[in-house]
Ligand binder design. Structure first.
Ligand SMILES: [Zn+2]
Length: 320
């Protein structure tokens, strides 16, 4: 991490200090049981061959970028297509340098039906993507992020608050995306960083009894509200966990490290877990090896799938 201006650094430290000194954030309260609002996205039907595929895939591109393919739908998460050596801005004059390349270049992407954006940070929606992504690409994210997307000229924005959902149809293919809790750091630190949404993807014609259920953590730590996710969404088939143990100013942890990742698995109880968002930036301080060690210690090796950049995991939804 490079600090542009000493002044910016001092201001940030002061801000963090004030945040910590502030009143304790309410935690562990009885959660609002309201189901949330429902939005809809109807896409033109795709090719019939892809729409009848019996399996789906998750391809890891790098950072938190994955391509999810399911019965003719192509979903992209947190698009980051910068290259090794490029810098991203994280606010407050802080930057971070990319250490890896994406598995495919932006120009080689297939047509994208939907982008799921966990939050607006440059390592999740970078400058290249901000300039070049088609303005008609549907994007679902937090309200805060969609306001910036509006300023950037994106036309199809879906702003979800916690537990709101987006019902997607493409021909006979159905997907429901629900916004679930995520928080970018401890309560005092998170107020200074972008709002984050985790997401649950329910695939299949009856989303309440999905053929496949996927959880994407977003950049979050493990905190009380995370327990509400498996309560509302039991039987998660696959979890994509944003790890990296990201440290701001080398001090404040704002994403899960290896230990947190295992704790998350123990709470959410996914059948399979794929770690993402590690080793790609110099602010990511917890390497994948940390997670692998903790997974082994917890006896969870059987349930973890490690994908290198470019690798694809194939999943089989339940048949009807
Ligand atoms: Zn991140």
């Amino acid at each position: 991490m490079r600090v542009h201006r000493l002044l910016g650094c001092a201001a940030l430290l002061a801000a963090f200090g004030m945040a910590f000194a502030g009143p304790a954030q309410a935690q562990g309260q009885v959660q609002n049981q309201a189901p949330g609002d429902t939005f809809t996205l109807k896409l033109p039907a795709g090719e019939s061959a892809a729409a009848s595929a019996q399996t789906g895939t998750v391809q890891f591109i790098g950072t938190a970028t994955v391509l999810i393919r399911y019965r003719g739908l192509t979903i992209m998460t947190d698009p980051n297509f910068l290259h090794k050596g490029d810098h991203v801005h994280l606010g407050y004059g802080l930057t971070s340098q990319r250490q890896t390349n994406p598995a495919i270049d932006f120009d080689k992407l297939p047509p994208i039906d939907l982008v799921i954006l966990s939050h607006m940070h440059d390592d999740h929606f970078d400058k290249l993507v901000q300039e070049r992504l088609n303005r008609n690409t549907p994007i679902v994210s937090t309200r805060e992020a969609t306001e910036k997307l509006k300023r950037l000229g994106f036309q199809q924005r879906f702003a979800l608050s916690e537990w709101d959902r987006l019902e997607v149809t493409k021909g006979d293919t159905r997907l429901r995306v629900t916004s679930v809790p995520g928080r970018h750091g401890a309560a005092g630190v998170a107020v200074l960083l972008p709002k984050v949404m985790g997401s649950v993807l329910d695939f299949g014609p009856t989303p309440d009894t999905p053929d496949y259920r996927m959880y994407i953590s977003g950049d979050t730590l493990v905190y009380d509200d995370i327990h509400n996710i498996p309560q509302r969404f039991p039987g998660i088939d696959l979890a994509l966990l944003h790890l990296g143990g990201t440290r701001i100013l080398g001090v404040f942890k704002v994403t899960m490290d290896g230990k947190d990742g295992v704790q998350m698995m123990q709470i959410v109880k996914p059948k399979k877990t794929i770690p993402i968002h590690y080793n790609d930036y110099d602010v990511f301080k917890s390497p994948l090896a940390d997670f692998a060690r903790e997974v082994k210690a917890a006896g969870l090796e059987e349930s973890v799938v490690y994908l290198a950049h470019g690798d694809t995991y194939t999943f089989t939804p339940r048949q009807r």
